[in-house]
Design a protein around this ligand. Structure first.
Ligand SMILES: NC(=O)c1ccc[n+]([C@@H]2O[C@H](COP(=O)([O-])OP(=O)(O)OC[C@H]3O[C@@H](n4cnc5c(N)ncnc54)[C@H](OP(=O)(O)O)[C@@H]3O)[C@@H](O)[C@H]2O)c1
Length: 299
């Protein structure tokens, strides 16, 4: 397994395990413990969480199955989590909105620490681009969490080039990553400055939905059918036994350092992402996939 330097005292495994589907896929108890053990055995040490995943349940399932009974594992893995999305619930009148206030920051992070059974997270991300975010207030709140030792590093998710720059101007420690959508169906980030931003700041990116949330396997639109077919042809050419490996190879070829976050709760899918690290697409084949995805010629 390759490891990616995120900060002087922090490395991510190149392949990251996402926990968003843990609750809906029934990954709990011994199943969760086995899954995490297998990840650690193969060198996948970084786990991506958010306070809201699984309707606020996924981190709890992870904490109960892994760190509650085996606190010594904490030093062997890295936890990334996020805050600022509020999901509809009875107590908030079923409203769905963002809250980047210091009060919510503290409530969310303290809850995450409690359910994860840990006293710190390695990286805390601002989850979504919030038009009401007060950068000065948030910077104070984040700094205080770092001083208390509850958060080691901070980052952002879904940030445009300018949003990343704006937040960077206020926070007291540098943002260490931007977690963005990247997959063969969604290629906007190659052209909207987000990749450039990562190269300028020399930070790794984390790629969410690297397999387009499963749409590559269950196509419904013309673009999805086209991309599945070109990935199938490339899989044949490169001797890959499934199209997901070509999707990961497509992401891995980008010059920015990108850690794909595998969304599946099945360990064999993690293994696919690891195996894909050795596939090197030619420029010609990479651009062919891009062309097919965008449905227009590369000029
Ligand atoms: N920052 C953000 O805003 C944000 C947003 C979304 C997600 N995320 C993070 O990114 C992670 C990954 O997102 P994701 O779950 O959408 O990722 P994904 O890996 O693109 O999609 C996972 C889906 O693909 C399916 N799949 C994978 N391999 C398959 C195969 N060979 N054949 C058929 N189906 C296959 C999985 O089904 P199976 O269960 O059958 O394997 C699962 O339903 C999340 O866990 C979360 O940590 C972040």
């Amino acid at each position: 397994m390759e490891y990616v330097t995120v900060a002087d005292d922090l490395k991510f495994s190149k392949v990251i395990a996402g926990t968003m589907r843990a609750s809906s896929e029934g990954l709990s108890g011994s199943k969760m413990a086995d899954f995490v053990d297998r990840c650690l055995d193969t060198g996948v040490t970084t786990f991506d969480h958010a306070d809201i995943y699984g309707y606020y349940e996924s981190s709890r399932l992870f904490g109960e199955a892994v760190l509650q009974d085996h606190p010594a594992l904490r030093d062997k893995l890295q936890i990334v989590t996020k805050f600022n999305i509020i999901l509809p619930r009875k107590e908030n009148g079923y409203a769905h909105y963002y809250d980047s206030s210091v009060q919510h920051l503290n409530e969310s992070l303290n809850k995450s620490l409690e359910v994860l059974h840990t006293d710190y997270v390695d990286v805390l991300l601002i989850h979504r681009l919030d038009p009401l975010l007060d950068p000065e207030e948030l910077a104070e709140g984040l700094d205080s969490l770092i001083k208390q030792g509850k958060v080691r590093h901070i980052g952002i998710s879904n940030a445009s080039y300018t949003y990343f720059e704006m937040v960077s101007k206020y926070v007291k420690t540098p943002l260490v990553t931007n977690q963005i959508e990247v997959n063969p169906l969604y290629t906007d980030t190659f052209f909207n400055g987000v990749m450039d931003s990562a190269l300028i700041h020399k930070i790794p990116l984390m790629a969410w939905s690297p397999l387009a949330g499963g749409k590559l396997f269950h196509p419904e639109t013309g673009q999805q059918f086209r991309v599945r077919e070109i990935l199938r042809q490339m899989a044949e050419k490169y001797g890959a036994d499934s199209i997901d490996k070509i999707a990961y190879a497509f992401i891995n070829k980008l010059p920015a350092t990108i850690c794909p976050i595998v969304g599946s709760t099945k360990f064999e899918r993690i293994q696919s992402a690891i195996d894909a690290q050795s596939i090197r697409l030619t420029n010609k084949d990479w651009f062919k996939i891009l062309e097919v995805s965008r449905g227009r010629e590369v000029l």
